[in-house]
Design a binder for this molecule. Structure first.
Ligand code: AKG
Ligand code: FE2
Length: 195
């Protein structure tokens, strides 16, 4: 598990940089949001591994493996067992779309904190896990978050007249509290009120 976590951290660090590069965001731009550049902890992401187990269910239409949600993380890297599919992503206008396991492939779900950081350019994905009648399904979620004490706000370079500020500044700690109480309403609760 420790080895897996180390490998995933390398992939996640690279992915984070690639996504920020695609938006023209430098390390310094990111530091300006997350906290003072004198604080080295700003460079240390907070990560967690979660193992999910979904036993086969005799009546799958009457049970849900994991209810619809968005992850709170910056993003999550998911590995699914090659059993019957269970992960589904919700897309407006399409409904629930099954994400079938592909050999050797990982799934990346954008979380709320990356949604806030990018002022909504990368949207957090609403997803759920359904169960099936025959297969016991397993998944491993690697949550990649900012340092615990960091601030979270839209990166100023991503705010302009075409992309007005969508969210107020928060901290990860505060946002976790909001999410625990308000669940899927959390993003709308930190919407910039002056809009
Ligand atoms: O098991 C899955 O496919 C989804 C897991 C998940 O969404 C989570 O752990 O947050
Ligand atoms: Fe999730």
């Amino acid at each position: 598990m420790e080895e897996y976590k180390k490998k995933l951290k390398d992939i996640a660090d690279r992915l984070m940089r690639l996504m920020l590069d695609s938006l023209g965001i430098s390390k310094e731009d990111l530091r300006l949001v997350l906290g003072s550049s004198a604080d080295e902890s700003v460079d240390i992401p907070h990560t967690a591994l979660q193992l999910n187990s979904y036993p086969a269910c005799p009546d799958p239409n009457r049970a849900m493996g994991l209810a619809p949600h968005t992850d709170t993380s910056l993003f999550t890297i998911l590995s699914q067992s090659r059993t019957k599919a269970g992960l589904q992503i919700h897309r407006d206008g399409f409904g629930w779309i099954t994400v079938r396991p592909v050999a050797g492939a990982l799934v990346v779900n954008i979380g709320d904190l990356f949604h806030i950081l990018t002022n909504g350019r990368f949207s957090s994905a609403v997803h759920r896990a359904v169960v099936n009648q025959t297969d016991h399904r397993l998944s491993i979620a690697y949550f990649y978050g900012p340092p615990c004490n960091s601030k979270i706000a839209p990166i100023s370079k991503l705010v302009d007249s075409n992309h007005p500020l969508r969210y107020r500044s928060t901290t990860w700690r505060e946002y976790i509290g909001i999410k625990a109480r308000h669940f899927d309403k959390s993003l709308s609760l930190i919407t910039n009120r002056s809009l």
